[in-house]
Design a protein around this ligand. Structure first.
Ligand code: ATP
Ligand code: MG
Length: 176
């Protein structure tokens, strides 16, 4: 049986979530079953929240968050963010253990640790207890050293240039 990989997309540069979505597109081409659990997201609409339905039933996407934490228009108490992040961990564990998916993507999970919504142990437990054949993808900047240590593939997106730096706003279909 082929061993599943633990893949991490981290770094400040743009492309972490879109790289994970690239895996979805590729894997569904082989009828593989993929589940993406989105941590933190929930206040904004991203194109993939709608287009994911076009890849059903092979692809399932679940958003389990309340949106930006501590920035922009966040009025949600930190405790509520924590509670829903715990829920996201629970759902992630169920999906990983279900035997229904070849690939499970934990989008923005690294940020959830960095923001203290969940602990790095929560993440390490998910990785260590995954069925051998399942591929796990974790995204978000500030991936912890312990996570990088046990991952098989780690890519750091490095920002060289981003239109945001010259005040260009997030673009529909490119950024969200
Ligand atoms: P994407 O979803 O576009 O692949 P990402 O997953 O690498 O980006 P996140 O840190 O999850 O980036 O950022 C969430 C939002 O911020 C996205 O809309 C993304 O396009 C945008 N973004 C990402 N990197 C930058 C950056 N360096 N400067 C400004 N905005 C960014
Ligand atoms: Mg992202």
């Amino acid at each position: 049986m082929e061993n599943g990989l633990t893949i991490v997309y981290t770094g400040k540069g743009k492309g972490k979530t879109t790289a994970a979505l690239g895996i979805v597109l590729r894997a569904v081409g082989y009828e593989k079953k993929v589940c993406m659990i989105q941590f933190i997201k929930g206040s904004w609409h991203y194109g993939e929240m709608t287009s994911s339905k076009k890849l059903e039933p092979e692809f399932e996407m679940i958003t389990v968050g309340k949106g930006f934490v501590g920035i922009i228009d966040d009025k949600t108490p930190k405790e509520d963010h924590k509670e829903i992040a715990k829920e996201a961990i629970k759902i992630s564990n169920e999906k990983i253990q279900s035997g229904k998916y070849d690939i499970v993507i934990l989008d923005e999970i690294n940020y959830a640790v960095n923001l203290d919504l969940i602990s790095v142990e929560d993440v390490l437990n998910l990785i260590k207890s995954k069925p051998q054949k399942v591929d796990l993808v974790l995204t978000g900047n500030y991936a912890k050293d312990e996570v990088i240590e046990i991952a098989d593939l780690v890519t750091e997106m490095r920002e060289i240039k981003h239109p945001f730096q010259r005040g260009v706003k997030a673009k529909k279909g490119i950024d969200f």
